[in-house]
Design a binder for this molecule. Structure first.
Ligand code: HEM
Length: 161
C-alpha cells in the first residue's frame, strides 16, 4: 500500500491542479483504507484502547494510589496532598499520554515535584507500586512495558528537583 501511495504522489507532482486534487481524494481514501488495514492487523491500536479506555485507567489509578498510600517508603510525601485531585491529574496524564481523548491540565513534572528532593530509590518504589497494580489487573506484558516506559521517561524531571 505504501508503495502505491508513493507512486501516486510522484504522479501527482506531474499533473495540473485539478487532476492533482482528484488524486488527493483517491489518496485520502487509500490512506483511510490503510489505517483500517493496520487496525485489523492490530498494529495501530492505541495504548489507551489496549488498556481498556478511561474506565480501566481510572481503576488502575485508584489501585495504584492505594498501593502508594500503603507504601511506607514514600507515603510520607502525600501527607498534605488532595488525593482526589492527584488521582484526577494522574488519570488525565495517563489517558493523554497513551493516546486517549483527555487533556492533562496539571503542572509539568518538574514544577509538580519541585522542592521534594525525590531520590531514585523513592522513584523506583513508586514504579514497583505501579507494577503491582498492573499485575493485579493482569495487564499483558506489552502494555505493562509501555506504561512502565512512559513513567520511566519522566524520571529526569521528577528525581532530585
Ligand atoms: C513517573 C512517576 C510520577 C508521575 C507520573 C507523577 C505525577 C504526578 C502528578 C500528575 C501530580 C499532580 C500535579 C498537579 O497537581 O498539577 C503529582 C503530584 C505529586 N507527586 Fe508525583 N508523579 C510521579 C512520581 C512521584 C514520586 C516518586 C513521588 C514521591 C515519592 C511523587 C510525589 C508527588 C506528590 C507528593 C505530589 C502532590 C503535591 C501536592 O500535594 O500538591 N511523585 N505527581
Amino acid at each position: 500500500m505504501a508503495g502505491v501511495l508513493a507512486l501516486a504522489l510522484a504522479a501527482c507532482a506531474e499533473m495540473n491542479v485539478v487532476a492533482c486534487a482528484g488524486m488527493a481524494g483517491v489518496l485520502a481514501l487509500a490512506l483511510a483504507a490503510c489505517a483500517e488495514m493496520n487496525k485489523e492487523m492490530g498494529e495501530e491500536a492505541l495504548l489507551y484502547d489496549r488498556l481498556g479506555g478511561k474506565e480501566a485507567i481510572v481503576a488502575v489509578v485508584d489501585d495504584f494510589v492505594a498501593n502508594v498510600a500503603a507504601d511506607d517508603r514514600i507515603n510520607g510525601f502525600f501527607a498534605n496532598t488532595d488525593i482526589a485531585h492527584l488521582k484526577a491529574m494522574l488519570v488525565d496524564q495517563v489517558c493523554e499520554a497513551s493516546g486517549g481523548p483527555c487533556v492533562y491540565t496539571g503542572k509539568d513534572m518538574k514544577s509538580a515535584h519541585a522542592g521534594m528532593q525525590i531520590t531514585e530509590e523513592q522513584f523506583n518504589a513508586m514504579g514497583e507500586d505501579m507494577l503491582k497494580t498492573l499485575q493485579t489487573f493482569q495487564v499483558p506484558e506489552r502494555e505493562t512495558n509501555e506504561v512502565m516506559t512512559l513513567l520511566g521517561s519522566m524520571q529526569g524531571d521528577i528525581i532530585g528537583q
